[in-house]
Design a protein around this ligand. Structure first.
Ligand code: PEP
Ligand code: MN
Length: 337
């Protein structure tokens, strides 16, 4: 299946910026399924640029006509849905901040009921599969023309490489719950910086995502919001050219499983390194209090946490070996303190 491609600026800033971005994007020769632009921007800081509002719908409706490309915008209330309908906008998306509020999402779903909108449901800020799935179901129940999901990563208090945490298992589980639902990745909001976009976009395609939503601006460095994560139309074309789309991947199922495994391995290695740090703290406490390094009773409790009855023998054997190794390495670390 052909990937679904959405590009456009974070926000509609002026008629000139919209038209110039659209014109340059069209020039690249990459067919777009939707042109995106935020009209009302949900910003954390009340003094930041929060969108130009309704006037942009007029520009976008003209853009749809002129470039023969459907437009999508973010809506945060039923009133905004009605305005989009009035201006003939084809697509709407539910942003990550709205997506945490099921009551509001239901009001929006009631407003789009039986209407010919394409609705894209971004994941909520929090990594809650049920909340995301419930929001998708609200729009399926509302019988809109088409529903899609967008993965844009999850807020995480811990300092990390990307602006948002990918938690790939969540969108993949969503796909398991809704096998026919197209899921796109929004690497712009996930990464927060353009340098990571290609890597994350490729990873999403390997995981079997159905397309991408990427922020593009005619002059990203002058953008009034999300300047660091927007691409120029030319960079968008280069991105699309360098990505291996699913139909070009040899053995896509194998790629998908390998990518999943890589993700789990990364999590394991992070957890193991966290565990080592805790072991070092424990060593210090034992040292201060002149306690023995090996406390057999305590280790027995750790083992019991893992060794649950009813697990298959091979797994049981593996865990025993693994725990032995873990224990020995903890003892070695503590002895070398
Ligand atoms: C956006 O797409 O412009 C946006 C605000 O996204 P999110 O809801 O993913 O933060
Ligand atoms: Mn943005």
């Amino acid at each position: 299946m052909k990937p679904i491609l959405i590009a456009g600026p974070c926000a509609a800033e002026s008629e000139q910026q919209l038209m110039s971005t659209a014109q340059q994007l069209m020039q690249q020769g990459v067919a777009l399924d939707f042109f995106r632009a935020g009209v009302w921007k949900p910003r954390s800081n009340p003094n930041s640029f929060s969108g130009v509002g309704e006037i942009a719908l007029q520009w976008l409706s003209q853009l749809q006509e002129q470039y023969k490309v459907p437009v999508c915008v973010e809506v945060m209330s039923p009133d905004q849905v009605l305005l989009c309908e009035q201006y003939g906008i084809f697509g709407i998306w539910i942003g990550a901040r709205t997506s945490v509020n099921p009551n509001l999402v239901q009001q929006i779903a009631d407003a789009v009921k039986d209407k010919p909108f394409t609705v894209m449901v971004k994941n909520p800020m929090v990594p809650d599969l049920k909340l995301w799935a419930g929001n998708v179901q609200r729009f399926l129940n509302a019988n809109v023309k088409q529903v899609m999901a967008i993965h844009r990563g999850f807020s995480d208090a811990a300092e990390q490489l990307y602006r948002n945490s990918p938690c790939w298992e969540i969108p993949i589980d969503l796909k398991v719950l809704f096998p026919d639902l197209p899921i796109l990745c929004d690497p712009s909001h996930l990464c927060g910086q353009r340098q990571w976009i290609a890597k994350v976009a490729q990873q999403a395609l390997v995981y079997g995502f159905d397309g991408l939503m990427v922020e593009c601006h005619c002059a990203p460095e002058q953008a009034k919001s999300d300047a660091d994560q927007q691409l120029t139309p030319k960079q968008w074309k280069e991105l699309i050219e360098q990505l291996a789309f699913r139909e070009n991947l040899p053995n896509p199922e194998l790629y998908q499983q390998r990518a999943l495994l890589e993700h789990v391995d990364l999590q394991l290695s992070e957890l193991l390194s966290k565990r080592m740090k805790i072991v070092d703290q424990i060593a210090e406490i034992k040292h201060k209090n002149k306690l023995a390094v090996v406390q057999p009773h305590q280790w027995q409790q750790v083992k019991e946490r893992y060794l649950k009855p009813g697990q298959d023998d091979k797994y049981q054997y593996f865990i025993e070996q693994f725990l032995e190794l873990l224990h020995q390495s903890s003892i070695d670390r503590q002895k070398s303190e």
